[in-house]
Design a protein around this ligand. Structure first.
Ligand SMILES: [Zn+2]
Length: 617
C-alpha cells in the first residue's frame, strides 16, 4: 500500500516488534487467559475491555470497537499515517530504512509532521552541543550547576543552551539546508517584522526539549538565567505540539508511573528535574496550562484504573483552584487525585532540594483527596464558629454536587457533616438542590468535552468515535450472516476455497463487508502470516476494527457447520432475488412506473458501489 517502504522492511518490523511490548508502554496490561486486557486508551472506561492477543499480534476493544495490528495501534495512538507508523517502529527496533529507497516524488509525500520532528531534533542536538562545548555557555553550565543539576540528569532530559545573538540556530539550520518556512512552523525561528528574513526565537536561554511518549522532540521551553522577562518562553503550538495534550517528562516517567501506579504532577521544568534528581522518577509537569481531559487520558494510559495522581502545589490558593478544576475531569477519567500543598515559601524544586526525598514522600503520603482537602482548607480559612460553618458549607456544596459517583458523594457528605458537627441530612438536602441547579445549568458544558474524547487522540479521524467504529452486527439478518461468513473465513481458512468457487463474497449486500471479504480472499489461505498480511492490506480504520473484532470473538468451527452457513446464505440470497423480481413484476402489473424505477435504481446503485470497490481493490 505504500510504495516507498519495501515489503521486506515491513515484514522485518512485524517479526521484530511485539504488540504486547508496544502497547504496554501506554496501557497497563494484565494477563487474562491467552490474551491480555487493559483499559482502552481510545475511550473512557471503568472496566477493561481492551484486549491484546500476543498469538495473533492484534488488539481489539470490545467497548469502542477499535482494533488492528501493531501499525494500526501506533497510528491511532500517535495520530500518524501508515508510513510514519512504520518508520516509528523501525526506529524503535533499530531497523534501518535507507533513504535511497525514497524517490524525490515519494520524498514529498513524507508528511509535514515528520519533517517538523526532524527539525526539532536537529535543533535539540544543536542546543545540546552548544551547552556541552562552547565557551560562551559557561554561564549556562554554571547556572545549571548552581541549581544542583547533575551531568547525568542534563543528558537524560537532553537540556541545552540557546546562545545569545539573533541567528545562531538560523545559521545552523541553513547549513543543514533546512526549509526555513518549516523551521518557522516548528516555532524555532520568527519572521522579521520587515519580512526580509528570520531570527532565532530562543536566545540566551536554558533549553528544555519537550518529548512525546514516543521519545520525539515536539517542542521546547526556554528559561532565562537572570530576572529578565519573560522568565519562560515556550514553543508555539504546531502540528506536532499541543501543550494541552502534552506532559513534560512523561517519556521518562511513564515506566515508573506504570510500576508504582502513581504520578506526581508539578508545574515547572525545574520541579520535574529536581524530583527526578532525587529519584522520584514518576514526576511530570503540565506545560503552562491547567489540567485537561487529554492530560487525564494520558496519565490514565500509564497508571491504569487503580492509578493515583498527586497534584503538588506551592500554596493553598493554587491547590484549591486546582482541586476545584480537577473534580469534573478526574471524576470522569476514573483516576484518584490527591492534593499536596507544600509549606509556604517552597515549590517542589526547593522543597526536595532542601529536605530530600524521604520527607517529600512522607508529606506526599499524607496528601488529602480533593474533597477532604477542600474541607480542611475551608476549616482553616473560616474556623468552626457558626458563621464559619455556614461559609464552609457554602464552599463545599458545589464541589460535592459535582461528584458523579453517588456512593462517593454520600460518604463525603457524611464526612463533612461529622467534621462540622451538623446533621447529615441537612447537608444532603443542600447538595441535592445544588445538584439539580448545576445539572440544569452546566450539563451541556461539563459533558460536552467527554463526548469529544476520541478526538483527544491527535490526528484521529473524526468518525472514529465509539458509535462509528463498532460494527453494527444487528443491522439486518443478511448482514449477520455476512459477518459470520467473514469470521469463518478468518478463523477457519479451510473454507476459503469453497467461498471463492461459489463467488459468495460477490453476493454480499453490505459493501464494506464485501470489501473486507475480498481482501481476505486475496491471501494465501495456508500462509503462516496470513492475518498480519491481511491487516497490512487494510486501508480503512473501520475495516481494521472489524477484522480485529472478528478475530478475537473466537468460535469453534467444523466443516459441517460451515457448509450449513454457506447454504443459509445462498438460500437467503436467492429468496431475496426472487422477492425483488416479484416486486418488480407486481409494480409493473400495477403500472407503478415510479416504484419500478426506484427498485431498479437501488439495484443499480448497489452494483455501482461494488464496481467502485472492485476497482479500488
Ligand atoms: Zn475502546
Amino acid at each position: 500500500m505504500v510504495a516507498w517502504i519495501p515489503d521486506n522492511k515491513i515484514k522485518e518490523i512485524q517479526h521484530t516488534a511485539d504488540i504486547i511490548d508496544i502497547i504496554s508502554e501506554t496501557v497497563l496490561l494484565k494477563k487474562a487467559g491467552k490474551n491480555f486486557v487493559g483499559l482502552c486508551p481510545f475511550h473512557t472506561e471503568k472496566t477493561p475491555s481492551f484486549t491484546v492477543s500476543p498469538a495473533k499480534q492484534i488488539f481489539h476493544c470490545f467497548g469502542c470497537g477499535c482494533g488492528g495490528d501493531i501499525f494500526r495501534f501506533i497510528m491511532k495512538q500517535n495520530g500518524l499515517n501508515f508510513p510514519e507508523a512504520v518508520t516509528t517502529l523501525a526506529g524503535r527496533y533499530g531497523i534501518e530504512i535507507e533513504s535511497q529507497q525514497i524517490s524525490p516524488a515519494q520524498q514529498r509525500r513524507i508528511t509535514e509532521k515528520e519533517q517538523l520532528l526532524d527539525i526539532n531534533n536537529i535543533a535539540m542536538l544543536f542546543f545540546q552541543s552548544v551547552l556541552k562545548k562552547a565557551q560562551s555557555s559557561r554561564k549556562a553550565q554554571n547556572y545549571l550547576a548552581k541549581r544542583g543539576m547533575s551531568e547525568i540528569l542534563i543528558d537524560k532530559f537532553k537540556l541545552g543552551y540557546a546562545p545569545s545573538g539573533w541567528d545562531n540556530l538560523l545559521k545552523h539550520l541553513n547549513q543543514k539546508q533546512i526549509s526555513l518556512s518549516m523551521a518557522e512552523k516548528a516555532g524555532l525561528i520568527v519572521q522579521r517584522k520587515t519580512k526580509n528574513g528570520f531570527y532565532d526565537r530562543f536566545r540566551d536561554r536554558i533549553i528544555f526539549p519537550i518529548l512525546n511518549p514516543g521519545n520525539k522532540i515536539i517542542g521546547f521551553g526556554g528559561r532565562v538565567m537572570d530576572d529578565s522577562l519573560p522568565k519562560y518562553l515556550n514553543s508555539p503550538e504546531s502540528p506536532v505540539y499541543n501543550k494541552s495534550k502534552s506532559l513534560y517528562g512523561l517519556h521518562i516517567a511513564k515506566s515508573v508511573m506504570r510500576e508504582t501506579q502513581t504520578a506526581y504532577l508539578v508545574e515547572g521544568y525545574f520541579d520535574v528535574l529536581a524530583l527526578h534528581l532525587h529519584k522520584v522518577n514518576n514526576s511530570v509537569a503540565t506545560l503552562g496550562t491547567s489540567m485537561t481531559d487529554a492530560h487525564v487520558q494520558l496519565l490514565k494510559g500509564c497508571l491504569g484504573s487503580e492509578g493515583k495522581v498527586i497534584l503538588v502545589y506551592d500554596s493553598d490558593k493554587a491547590g484549591i483552584k486546582a482541586a476545584l478544576r480537577s473534580i469534573p475531569i478526574f471524576n470522569q477519567g476514573f483516576l484518584e487525585v490527591r492534593i499536596l500543598v507544600l509549606p509556604s515559601g517552597y515549590d517542589p524544586d526547593s522543597y526536595i532540594m532542601e529536605f530530600g526525598k524521604d520527607l517529600f514522600l512522607k508529606i506526599a503520603a499524607d496528601a488529602l483527596g480533593v474533597i477532604p482537602f477542600l474541607i480542611e482548607t475551608a476549616v482553616k480559612k473560616h474556623g468552626v464558629s457558626v458563621e464559619g460553618k455556614i461559609h464552609i458549607l457554602n464552599d463545599l456544596i458545589k464541589p460535592l454536587a459535582g461528584l458523579s459517583d453517588n456512593i462517593v458523594k454520600t460518604l463525603y457528605i457524611k464526612q463533612l457533616a461529622e467534621r462540622l458537627g451538623i446533621n447529615e441530612s441537612a447537608v444532603l438536602e443542600k447538595v441535592k438542590t445544588s445538584s439539580i441547579q448545576q445539572g440544569n445549568r452546566t450539563l451541556g458544558q461539563s459533558r460536552a468535552p467527554f463526548k469529544r474524547l476520541p478526538d483527544i487522540i491527535e490526528g484521529q479521524p473524526k468518525n472514529s468515535g465509539p458509535a462509528a467504529t463498532e460494527y453494527d452486527v444487528n443491522k439486518g439478518i443478511n448482514n449477520r450472516i455476512e459477518v459470520q461468513l467473514l469470521k469463518m473465513l478468518l478463523q477457519f481458512p479451510e473454507m476459503a476455497e469453497e467461498i471463492r468457487k461459489k463467488k459468495i463474497i460477490d453476493l454480499f449486500e453490505d459493501q464494506s463487508l464485501k470489501a473486507v471479504g475480498k481482501i481476505i480472499l486475496k491471501h494465501d489461505d495456508t500462509a503462516k502470516e496470513r492475518i498480519t498480511d491481511i491487516l497490512i492490506q487494510v486501508n480503512e480504520e473501520s475495516q481494521s476494527n472489524l477484522i480485529a473484532s472478528l478475530l478475537l470473538k473466537e468460535e469453534v468451527w467444523d466443516h459441517k457447520g460451515c457448509q450449513r452457513l454457506i447454504e443459509q446464505f445462498t438460500i437467503r440470497h436467492n429468496r431475496h432475488q426472487t422477492d425483488l423480481l416479484q416486486k418488480i413484476k407486481d409494480a409493473e402489473a400495477n403500472n407503478d412506473i415510479g416504484l419500478v424505477t426506484e427498485i431498479l435504481q437501488s439495484k443499480q446503485n448497489k452494483a455501482r458501489q461494488s464496481d467502485v470497490l472492485r476497482r479500488q481493490n
